[in-house]
Ligand binder design. Structure first.
Ligand code: AMP
Ligand code: TRP
Length: 333
């Protein structure tokens, strides 16, 4: 059976190796399978849940779309668009926010992390962010959602909202309950400076992440300076327990070279980190540099990018517009 795939990435700049290995690399694999219908969305409405600079937001929307295409997503095969161009996302979000109880939202750990200590000052948008995400997914009868580990809870909420809608309005199976597609291994890439924190766009230290726009020299330098420990690389996975930085770097190597951790350990077990780091930097720059070059090339052709996004929005609108009309009819409008 063909899968209906939907996923989104926020245009908040600094797309990094965590986004690539946790999400975008999987998008490309799904795009390449002829059986799948894929939609990849630049979720600009999500981005404004925290303050954005207008010009930067515009650039970041193009840069995120360019990153999708440069990584190997074909806009002729998959739909690529930005969320704010399709009204149904906002409309659906309102209607679903009248279905979802506050108690469910109060459990969301990402809100707690992002809002920080002073929750009273966080925007209401940041609080209801997962409902907009549910709207994104449910408008397209999505069957599968590829994301990194950090989005698991939001997907569970999406499933709960779909089921509650179907029950409240007595319309079994109307909203399709989607399955998460989260890679078992390496779905959470950690900071290069602190193995207990996830690699993040908003980390103030640029040395904590490999950006998809980094040059070869920057990648080599960042890997050289990445935190490790003073023990050699072990031969067995179990021995990585309690060594988060070592585990992260070896995980990155395994993920980028599409091999198991076991294989990586058999290659490097017993060696010290300097040999390993040189090889890691090499394989990373071999994979990332062509993407980075292509992003730059695409960003010089704004007309092409804008046209691709507009064409994607037209196709998305056709699907989501129909679904939102059905939702309205079911509600009683
Ligand atoms: P965001 O940048 O928050 O819009 O995230 C876009 C996608 O990248 C989502 O599927 C996230 O789960 C994934 N992602 C973000 N950071 C990481 C990370 N450090 N490791 C793995 N996946 C990540
Ligand atoms: N919340 C997701 C993130 O920050 C982005 C997102 C928005 C998304 N809508 C989505 C992901 C729909 C998958 C499906 O990573």
């Amino acid at each position: 059976m063909s899968k209906k795939i939907f996923s989104g990435v926020q245009p908040t700049g600094n797309l990094h190796l965590g986004n690539y290995l946790g999400a975008i690399k999987n998008f490309v694999e799904l795009n390449n399978d002829k059986q799948n219908d894929c939609i990849f969305c630049v979720v600009d409405l999500h981005a404004i849940t925290v303050k954005q600079d207008r010009d930067q937001l515009k650039n970041n929307i193009r840069e995120t779309a360019a990153t999708f295409i440069a990584s190997g997503i074909d806009p002729a095969k998959s739909i690529i668009f930005n969320q704010s161009k399709v009204q149904a996302h906002s409309e659906g979000s309102w209607m679903l926010s009248c279905i979802a109880p506050m108690g469910w939202l109060n459990r969301m750990t990402q809100f707690k992390e992002k809002a920080g200590k002073d929750k009273e000052k966080a925007s209401v948008g940041l609080y209801i962010y997962p409902i907009l995400m549910a709207s994104d997914i449910l408008l397209y009868d999505t069957t599968h959602v590829p994301v990194g580990e950090d989005q698991k809870q939001h997907l569970e909420l999406t499933r709960d909202i779909a089921q509650k809608f179907n029950k409240d309005f007595n319309c079994a199976d109307f909203l399709k309950v989607p399955e998460p597609l989260i890679k078992k291994n390496f779905s959470r890439i950690m900071s290069l400076k602190d193995g207990s924190k996830k690699m993040s766009k908003s980390d103030p230290s640029d040395l904590s992440r490999i950006n998809l726009t980094d040059s070869k020299d920057q990648i080599v330098n960042k890997i050289k300076r990445a935190k490790t420990d003073s023990f050699p690389i072990p031969n067995e996975e179990q021995k990585l327990n309690g060594r988060p930085e070592a585990e992260n770097l070896l995980g990155i190597y395994s993920s980028i070279s599409n091999q198991s951790m076991e294989k990586t350990l058999s290659q490097f077990g017993g060696k010290n980190f300097s040999d390993f780091k040189a090889q890691l930097a090499e394989i990373l720059s071999n994979k990332i540099s062509p993407i980075s070059d292509e992003i730059k090339k695409l960003l010089n052709d704004k007309q092409y990018l804008d046209k691709a996004l507009l064409e994607g929005a037209r196709k998305a609108e056709e699907i989501a517009g129909k679904k939102i009309e059905e939702i309205k009819r079911i509600i009683g409008f």
